[in-house]
Ligand binder design. Sequence first.
Ligand code: HEM
Length: 308
Amino acid sequence: MKAKVAHRTATPQAGIFALGTASHSYIELDGKAGVDPLRLVRAVANLREPRTTMGGVNLVAGFRPEHWRTVASGDAPAHLTGFEHDLVGAGGFKMPATQHDAVLWICGSEYDVVFDVARQAIAALAPIAAVAEETSSWPYHHDRDLTGFIDGTENPSLIDAPDIALIAEPKPGAGGSVLLLQKWPHDATRWESEPIARQEAVIGRTKPDSVQLDPLPDDSHVAKNDQDVFGKIFRRNMPFGTVTAHGTMFVGFCSDQEPLQAMLESMAGVRDGVRDALTYYTEPITGAYYFVPSLDAIRGFVDPEPGF
Ligand code: HEM
C-alpha cells in the first residue's frame, strides 16, 4: 500500500503578518558592480542562519523581481516586473521609480535590537552590496498614520491576509508575495491647515473612528483605491521620519502585481485625469516592487560554507 503524500504548502516569511511590532527599519540595497544576482540572493539567505543572531526580530527579505527570476526561474511569479519607469499621471504628477536590488524589512518590539540587527545585516552584506535607501519607522497612536487617520481599516483580517498577500500553490513563486514599497513625505503644514471636514473628504472616512463617508467623494483616497474594483491588498503602512520631516512608508503586499499597479495609476489619475485628493498633500519620493519569496525558497540558497 502506498503511503499518503501530504501536499506541502510553502511557508511564507512570517514578518509579513507580524502585526503590532513597535520598531521598523527598511533597508534597500544595490549589488556592487559586477556582483551577480546569485551571490546577492545567497548572501541575504545566509542572514537568517544562526551565525547571524536575529535575536527577537523579524526579517522580511525581498529581491528585484528580475534578479529573483534569474536565480530561481522555475519559482518566479510570471509577469512580475520591477518599478523601472516613473509613473506619470494627470497634469504631469509623477511617482518616481527608484528600484533597488534587494530590501530588508527588520522589525521588532524595541528599536535597539532592530538597530543592532540592521547594522549586522548591512555589515554582512557590505562586501557585495551597498545601502541605497534606509528608513526607520514607528507606529503613531496605535493604528493611525501621520495624517491622524486610522490606517488599515479595510485591511483583511490575519485569517484572510495570507490568501490575499501570498501566491497560491501550485503557481510559480507559491508562498511568496509582491511588495510595493513607497516613501511618501507629508506636507504637514498644508494638511494641518485644512479643517477636519476637508481632511475627511480627502480620505473618504471620518477622522475619529474611520467610518466611510456616504456619499463618498469621487477623488477621495478610499474611492480611488476601491478594493471591490481593483482587488484586495494587505497593507503594513508605517509612519516614518522626524518631528519636522515625516510621512508614510507605504508597504503593500499582494499575490499579484496588478491590483497594486492599478491603484497607483488610479491615484495618479492616469485613466480618468482625476488625481487622488491625498496626492495634493503628499507625494512619493521612492517606488520599488520586490518579490518576497517563501521561506522555503530562500532556504534553498543558504550556503553551507558561507563566503560571500
Ligand atoms: C501617504 C500615503 C498614504 C496614506 C497616508 C494612506 C492612508 C490611508 C487611509 C487613512 C485609509 C483609510 C482607512 C483604511 O481602510 O485603511 C486608506 C485606505 C486605503 N489605501 Fe491608503 N494611504 C496611502 C497610500 C496608499 C497607496 C500608495 C495605496 C495603493 C497602492 C493605498 C491603498 C489603499 C487601499 C486599498 C485602501 C482601502 C480602500 C477601501 O476602502 O477599500 N494607499 N489609506
